[in-house]
Design a protein around this ligand. Structure first.
Ligand code: HEM
Length: 563
């Protein structure tokens, strides 16, 4: 045994004597993790968060969170001699005078954008596959908390450099605070330490950005991953996969190797993009002054929907007993996001209640097999995208030479009309796909081989689906809607809770009534016999076909070599 192995063994023994960790490690390393490309999305979020932390730590060494006014004297000539806050000046220094500073700023910003994008797509994967169902509801709620914190972290970071663009964003945030009835003005004074922008805000925001929010994200993330570990990961249906097992690779060595490699790929891609593509060139915007704003200012992508909501809302303001109620801000910036996040957080329970499905689910749904959930998701995404488009109405108007008012008015109607249409279309598409799956089980798949039979008929040869695909198709769950409930007792007296029960039955019909059932066993046997017969009938022709070779004029020749 080499000296190195001996020393390693001794060290491990020393740790194990104190922490008794070897049993835990042995069990953990042997844990099986199922495989699917979409399970990488959570990993991308995790790895980009690590990159955010690493690059952010570097920036803290040089950033000065202070609003004290100084005169800039760094190496960026166009701003020399300009008065600005220390925060802005230190961001210019990081960009132009500190070695690797600009790259680190860009890595930090790009990784934050990747982080939130990955979270959003991960959320969609969890939603559309039904991974949030029992027993993972709490993890879904933690996820919603993570998303909220990530948005907050992004917004706080974006506001720190105290440039004209970030100041504009902060002014909007202050406007939103002011619109809150009764407490708005106090809240704004409390947060900004007096009149906007004051001199305290950047240092306060700095604490939120580097301490409070990342701390919360780390705590929530740890809970999130412990729960994935403890509850085990869900898996897609397939051969041998059931609600009670996990089919995949052991953590050690395959999964660890893959995950480790993947971390470096994510890190590499973010660094490459950061090295090549400018992001947030604050030196072009200039320092923040509250009386200025640049045309075409845009927030980071993940705040675009809120900006859009604000831009789309008509200018409704009420004056009640001398108090102004700014519905034009309160509704789009506080009430609508509040409703969206509440519905999002409660969705697992909403679906559970509406469908009466309280069973545990470790096998994921294919989105087509839950048409209403998929359609609701598509509807929500459409709503979100329309808001997002609204956030760029000025740029769209300038680029396509359109009227900004027309765009805004079209969006005001579209936000109510298009999402329901998308709901209907998505549901129809899902049911169409279910029908196709049923056809595949009954008639096999179309091979694309068209044959002309000796008596002149053209047929397309069908072949049975593979065992793997069959297992996937046959895993479609059968979910009948809830039966109607008795609304009155034998004496004609209304049953307690009858109204809620009726609503629930209606909702469960809404979710499950439209469904293309799997073929029955008899139908499958008859179809199999038919398919076998078809294959046998076509066999001599197929065989003949293989012996034909195309000639130069397009006709076919008999190939003696294949005889
Ligand atoms: C900081 C952000 C987040 C990180 C780093 C993260 C990370 C992960 C990872 C690595 C997994 C296991 C692999 C996978 O299924 O992709 C996972 C699973 C899960 N995540 Fe997240 N996540 C985040 C945010 C969210 C959000 C916003 C939601 C939903 C609102 C969510 C809900 C879930 C659920 C329910 C699971 C279990 C999925 C299953 O077992 O199939 N996560 N997360």
């Amino acid at each position: 045994m080499s000296a190195t192995v001996k020393t390693a063994g001794k060290t491990v023994g020393w740790v194990d004597d104190r922490l008794a960790s070897s049993n835990f490690l042995k069990r953990s390393m042997g844990k099986v993790f199922p495989e699917h490309w979409s399970f990488m999305l959570g990993e991308i979020a995790l790895y980009s968060f690590i990159v955010v932390l690493l690059s952010g730590t570097y920036l803290t060494l040089f950033f000065k969170p202070s609003m004290i006014e100084i005169v800039y004297n760094g190496s960026y000539v166009p701003l020399k001699g300009v008065e600005m806050s220390e925060a802005y000046a230190s961001t210019l220094d990081i960009s132009f005078d500190i070695r690797g500073g600009l790259l680190m700023r860009q890595v930090h910003h790009w990784s934050a954008l990747f982080f939130i994008a990955a979270i959003s797509v991960h959320l969609c994967r969890v939603f559309f596959t039904g991974a949030f169902r029992k027993p993972r509801e709490m993890n879904w709620v933690i996820g919603v908390g993570l998303l909220t914190m990530a948005l907050l972290a992004g917004f706080a970071g974006y506001s720190l450099p105290d440039d004209l663009l970030s100041g504009t964003g902060l002014r909007i945030a202050q406007g939103i605070m002011l619109s809150i009835p009764l407490v708005g003005t106090y809240l704004s004074f409390f947060v900004f330490g007096g009149e906007f922008p004051g001199t305290d805000f950047v240092s306060r925001l700095y604490a939120v950005h580097i301490l409070v929010v990342p701390g919360l994200i780390l705590a929530l993330l740890t809970a999130h991953l412990i729960m994935v570990w403890y509850q085990k990961h869900t898996q897609f249906p397939g051969p041998g996969r059931t609600n009670d097992n996990v089919v995949g690779y052991r953590l050690m060595p395959i999964y660890m190797a893959k995950a480790g490699g993947f971390f470096f790929i994510v890190f590499g891609v973010i660094t490459l993009i950061s090295g090549l593509v400018t992001i947030n060139p604050i030196w072009l915007y200039g320092p923040y002054t509250p009386d200025q704003v640049t045309a075409g200012s845009q927030p980071d992508w993940y705040i675009g929907w809120l900006e859009g909501a604000l831009r789309m809302m008509p200018n409704v303001e009420w004056n009640i007993f001398g108090y102004t109620l700014s519905l034009n801000i309160l509704v789009p910036a506080a009430i609508v996001p509040g409703i969206i996040f509440t519905i999002m957080g409660l969705y697992p329970w909403i679906e559970q209640w509406a469908t009466g499905d309280k069973s545990e689910h470790h096998l994921l749904d294919r989105p087509r097999n839950a048409p209403v959930r998929t359609a609701l998701g598509a509807m929500a995404l459409t709503f979100y995208i329309l808001l997002w488009v609204g956030g760029g109405n000025d740029l769209i108007a300038a680029f396509f030479d359109l009227s900004i008012n027309s765009i805004t008015w079209i969006l005001r109607f579209a936000i109510f009309i298009v999402p329901p249409l998308v709901f209907v279309a998505t549901k129809r598409i899902c049911l169409g796909l279910q029908r196709r799956d049923r056809d595949k089980l009954l008639h096999g798949f179309e091979t694309g081989n068209i044959l002309r039979l000796p008596h002149g008929e053209f047929i397309e040869i069908h072949a049975p689906v593979s065992a793997e695909e069959r297992a996937v198709l046959m895993a479609k769950p059968n979910r009948p809607p809830l039966p109607a409930v008795e609304e009155v007792d034998e004496n004609g007296v209304a049953m307690p809770g009858a109204r809620a029960a009726r609503l629930r039955t209606k909702l469960s019909h809404f979710f499950y009534a439209d469904d293309i059932p799997l073929p029955t066993r008899e139908e499958l046997e008859a179809a199999e016999a038919h398919l076998r017969h078809e294959v046998e009938e076509a066999a001599p022709v197929v065989d003949e076909d293989r012996r034909l070779v195309p000639a130069h004029d397009g006709s076919v020749l008999h190939d003696p070599a294949n005889d």
